[in-house]
Design a protein around this ligand. Structure first.
Ligand SMILES: [Zn+2]
Length: 70
């Protein structure tokens, strides 16, 4: 417990580990995002890293809803 990870998409730090969802943007943290292609979709997240980052930059989470404040 008490392990903190940093969301690869929105840089939010939250308590959790691999395969936990970021409480702000909804991205499922995997821990090996650096090894993924930015335009690749895998089974954990329905959109690619680039798509997710674009949405976050627009103030939206990965579902297209407004970002939640922590
Ligand atoms: Zn996030």
């Amino acid at each position: 417990m008490g392990n903190k990870v940093k969301c690869f998409i929105c840089n939010t730090e939250f308590e959790g580990g691999s395969f936990d969802e970021c409480p702000v943007c909804g991205w499922m943290y995997e821990g090996f995002e650096n090894e993924l292609e930015p335009d690749e979709k895998d089974e954990c997240n329905l959109i690619s890293i680039n798509q997710a980052k674009k949405l976050v930059a627009e103030g939206k989470d990965i579902w297209g809803e407004p970002l939640k404040k922590q």
